[in-house]
Design a binder for this molecule. Structure first.
Ligand code: UDP
Ligand code: MG
Length: 301
C-alpha cells in the first residue's frame, strides 16, 4: 500500500481546522489502497489552534502535529512538514479551505500516471484588481530575470513525489519560497485546475507588506538582476555624460558660447561620476551573484 502525507501549515485557524479535517476525511476515506497521514504544522498560532490539533491527534492516529515555538512563516512551516514526512508522496494544502481537498483524487491520478509534481492552479481569482496586477507583475519579472519558470495562478496546493521531497530537503537556503524551490527542481510536472473559493473563517494574514516582502525575497533570492540594472543604467549615464563632455570641451574653447558655463561643466562631470559609481555597483553585482550561488550551495543538478 502506498503511503501519502498531507502537510497543512496552520496559523490562527482554530475555526477552520475541524472542517478541513472533516473534508480531508471525506476524501481520503473514499480512496482505497492508500495509507494516509496528516501532518499539521502549527506555526506559532496565537489562538487555540494547537489545542484543537491536539484534540484531533488524540482521536485519530493519522494526525501528527508539529508545534513551532513561534511564528516562522508559511514557507518554513511547509518545509518542516515536508521534512517530517517519509511517505511515497506529500501533498501540501492550506488550512483555510481555499484549497479544495476534493481535488486530491485527480492529483493522485496524475501522480500514478507518472507525474512527479502535481500543481493545483486557480481558475478564477477573486482578489482585488491591484493585487491581481501586483501578482502579474511579480510573475512577469520573475520569469524575465531568473532561470526558473514560475507559472502564475499556481498555488502551494501541490503533490510531490518522494524523490522530489528528498531533493527538496537538500535545498539549504534559509530565506525561501516553497513554490519557487519546487519550480526550480524541475521534474515531470502536471497541473490540475480548480475554482478558488473565498476564505471560510478568519482573514488572510498576508498583509500587502508581507506579500511585497515575499515578492522581493523571491526576486532577490533567484537573481542579482536588480543590481545589474543599476550597472546598466550607470553605463548609459557614463556613456552619455562623457559624450556630452567631449562635445562641450572643444565647443567651449573654440566658440566660448554663454550656455556652456562652468556650472554646466560641473553638472555634467557630476553626472559622469554618478554613472561611474553605478557602473561599479553593477560590476559588484556580478561578484555578489557568484558569492550568492556559492553560499546557498544548492545541489548542482
Ligand atoms: N500560514 C502559516 N504561517 C503564517 C501565515 C500563514 O502557516 O505565518 C498558513 C495559514 O494558516 C494558511 C496558509 O498558510 O493555511 C495560507 O495563509 P493565508 O490564507 O493567510 O494566505 P493566502 O491564502 O492569502 O495566500
Ligand atoms: Mg488563504
Amino acid at each position: 500500500m502506498k503511503r501519502i502525507s498531507i502537510v497543512v501549515p496552520v496559523y490562527c485557524e482554530e475555526e477552520n481546522i475541524r472542517s478541513l479535517y472533516k473534508r480531508l476525511e471525506g476524501v481520503t476515506k473514499c480512496i482505497k489502497n492508500y495509507r494516509w497521514e496528516y501532518i499539521f504544522v502549527n506555526d506559532g498560532s496565537d489562538d487555540n489552534s494547537f489545542l484543537v490539533l491536539q484534540k484531533l491527534a488524540a482521536c485519530d492516529r493519522k494526525v501528527k502535529v508539529i508545534n513551532f515555538s513561534r511564528n516562522f512563516g508559511k514557507e518554513i512551516a511547509l518545509s518542516a512538514g515536508v521534512a517530517a514526512a517519509d511517505t511515497d508522496a506529500v501533498i501540501t494544502i492550506d488550512s483555510d479551505l481555499q484549497h479544495p481537498p476534493e481535488l486530491i483524487p485527480a492529483m493522485l491520478k496524475k501522480w500514478e500516471n507518472g507525474a512527479d509534481i502535481v500543481i493545483a492552479a486557480r481558475k478564477n481569482i477573486q482578489h482585488p484588481l491591484y493585487r491581481k496586477l501586483g501578482s502579474k507583475l511579480f510573475y512577469w519579472t520573475m520569469n524575465k530575470i531568473s532561470q526558473i519558470k514560475m507559472i502564475s495562478h499556481t498555488t502551494d496546493f501541490r503533490l510531490i513525489d518522494r524523490k522530489v521531497a528528498d531533493v527538496f530537503k537538500t535545498m539549504p537556503e534559509r530565506s525561501r519560497i516553497y513554490r519557487g524551490l519546487i519550480d526550480w527542481l524541475g521534474f515531470k510536472t502536471e497541473y490540475v485546475e480548480f475554482n478558488a473559493s473565498a476564505r471560510e473563517n478568519g482573514h488572510s494574514v498576508y498583509s500587502y507588506r508581507k506579500l511585497l516582502g515575499l515578492a522581493i525575497n523571491g526576486i532577490t533570492s533567484f537573481s542579482a538582476y536588480p543590481l545589474k540594472v543599476a550597472g546598466i543604467i550607470g553605463l548609459l549615464i557614463t556613456f552619455f555624460s562623457s559624450t556630452l563632455l567631449m562635445i562641450m570641451f572643444p565647443v567651449r574653447f573654440i566658440f566660448n558660447p554663454v550656455y556652456f558655463s562652468s556650472l554646466s561643466f560641473v553638472v555634467v562631470i557630476n553626472t559622469l561620476l554618478t554613472g561611474i559609481v553605478l557602473t561599479c555597483l553593477g560590476l559588484i553585482a556580478l561578484y555578489i551573484e557568484n558569492i550568492h550561488n556559492e553560499v546557498i550551495s544548492r545541489p548542482l543538478y
